[in-house]
Structure formats: C-alpha cells, structure tokens
Design a protein around this ligand. Structure first.
Ligand code: SF4
Length: 169
C-alpha cells in the first residue's frame, strides 16, 4: 500500500488531479514560485520559533513546528485562499499525533501576512471524515485509477502543474 502523507490530504481537498500527479512522483512544487515564497515565509515569519519548537516526522508527514509541552502544532500559510485544505492538513496532523499516543493535541493555523490565526482541534466527526478522506485517497492511488480531469479554477494559475494541465490551451 502506498504511503499517505499530510500533503496527500491537503491536495485531496484542493484538486484530485493534483493529488493523482503528486502521488505518481510527478512532483513540480520546486519549480513553483508560490511554494518557494511559502518556504521563505516559514523561514522568516517567526525567526525565534526554531528555538522553541520541534520538527517531527510522523507516518511520512513532517510537522515543522510542534510544541511538545503544550501539544500544539503551528502551521504557517501565506494565503487564506485554500483555507479548507490547510485545516484538513492540520486535522490530519492532529489525527497522526493521536494515533501516536498524544492526548488532546491542538493546532494553530497562522496567516502572518493577514495577521489572522485559526485554532484547530479534532472532533469525533473529524475522525470519521479522515477515514473517508483516506479511502478516497487510496482510490486515487490505485494503479488503475485514471488521471482526474482539470478543474479550471482561478487558483490553477498558481498551481505548479498549471503548464502540465493546460499546455496547448
Ligand atoms: S493546475 Fe488546476 S487542474 Fe491542474 S493540478 Fe493544479 S489545481 Fe488541478
């Protein structure tokens, strides 16, 4: 069975085609200016943070900022446009932490450019929904699963697969 990471969960909520391509190692994020900008934001938004928080790896996913004393995950994003997928990513982190035996982890989603924060926790409904996400992701990972169609959303222009998806249009 192929691994499922928080990136799979995030892409599942953005675009199934993006997830399908990513899962098959057609990985183009390193060429994306948006992703490079996001990495820079991670490095510069809270320079003191590296001293206070831990980077941890769980089930193939990497949490950049985890406060082990308060059991809080911090996630920094540059734009609220895809907030639903950001929340899903964080809920998956919390689920992974619970699976690893951490009791009652919570998360804070931060948009420093907009000066917005959002507190995220895991409910019983979320745990059920995560099982459904995992089933949906496994279906897209199946060898016979066809590449999903393009979705023609405004945010496609910021996607690293844009040229791949719309070349010739
Ligand atoms: S460009 Fe649009 S359709 Fe293509 S993978 Fe990205 S989000 Fe999906």
């Amino acid at each position: 069975m192929r691994i499922i990471t928080a990136t799979h969960v995030k892409y599942y909520h953005v675009c199934h085609r993006k997830l399908w391509l990513f899962d098959r190692d057609l990985w183009m994020e390193h060429t994306s200016e948006a992703v490079q900008g996001g990495e820079l934001l991670h490095q510069t938004a809270y320079p003191q943070r590296a001293e206070r928080y831990r980077e941890i790896s769980l089930g193939g996913s990497k949490i950049d900022f985890y406060d082990p004393h308060r059991r809080v995950v911090h996630e920094i994003k540059s734009s609220q446009k895809l907030e639903e997928s950001h929340v899903a990513q964080l809920k998956y982190y919390l689920w992974l932490l619970e699976e690893a035996g951490v009791e009652g982890p919570t998360a804070i989603l931060e948009y420093p450019k907009q000066r917005q924060t959002l507190h995220v926790s895991l409910t019983a409904d979320d745990r059920t929904a995560i099982q459904q996400w995992l089933t949906g992701i496994r279906q897209l990972q199946a060898e016979e699963a066809p590449c999903p169609p393009t979705i023609n959303k405004p945010f496609c222009r910021q996607c690293s697969y844009y040229d791949f998806c719309y070349v010739g249009e």
